[in-house]
Design a protein around this ligand. Structure first.
Ligand code: SF4
Length: 210
């Protein structure tokens, strides 16, 4: 369910993702995302997701919990049970999340506090779907790191009520805060041939998430 891509920049990113053995999709509007997910992921599949404003904004998070799938829902558990769920997720059929940044060269950059999200994206679930608005596209990995430090981490720290320097000032202070939100990083440069098509990236022609 791909729609014609009018922007040369988006087309370039999609071609670069495909050249890196990831499957690229495009939709002009966020309100098309749920129908896309419904078409891509079979009913009854075991699914889970990482924390994501984009998944919430598009309605995909609610769709995962609609009863159509076997949903490993991280929002319903805590403590040791959450730790067990994070490990269960590795055998899911589909894992959904967003990207913190996608470069023009078709690389995906993710930052994480506990590393459960980047672990599942890089290994485990049979398929991964990353949904990202056009605001996540950056020229290169340097810009991706800058984007996370100057935009993603501060905004998410405020959203989650974390006491980090960036939540107060909007700037990264390379902190050692107990609430530090950016402890581990993942760069997906390319998928090996055997994993070709495991990772799907849905680019949406609107601004979504941070
Ligand atoms: S290192 Fe600390 S201040 Fe910098 S972005 Fe991460 S949480 Fe914010």
């Amino acid at each position: 369910m791909n729609e014609p891509v009018s922007s040369p920049q988006i087309r370039q990113v999609m071609e670069a993702l495909e050249a890196n053995n990831m499957t690229a999709h495009y939709l002009p509007r966020a309100d098309q995302a749920v129908a896309f997910v419904q078409q891509l992921i079979p009913e009854g599949a075991v699914v889970s997701n990482g924390g994501s404003v984009t998944l919430a904004q598009t309605g995909v998070m609610d769709h995962l919990a609609s009863g159509r799938y076997q949903y490993l829902d991280r929002s319903k558990v805590s403590g040791e049970e959450l730790g067990r769920l994070y490990r269960q997720v590795f055998s899911a059929d589909w894992y959904l999340a967003s990207a913190n940044a996608i470069t023009q060269q078709g690389e995906i950059y993710e930052l994480d506090a506990n590393a459960n999200r980047i672990a599942a994206i890089s290994f485990g679930p049979a398929h991964v779907l990353l949904i990202a608005g056009v605001n996540k596209i950056v020229p290169d990995l340097h810009a991706a790191v800058r984007r996370v430090r100057e935009t993603v981490a501060p905004k998410n720290a405020v959203r989650l009520g974390l006491k980090t320097p960036c939540a107060l000032t909007g700037q990264c202070a390379d902190c050692k805060s107990p609430d530090r939100i950016c402890c581990s990083a993942l760069i997906l440069r390319r998928q090996r041939e055997a994993l070709k098509g495991r990772i799907h990236v849905l680019l949406v022609g609107e601004e979504l998430g941070y």
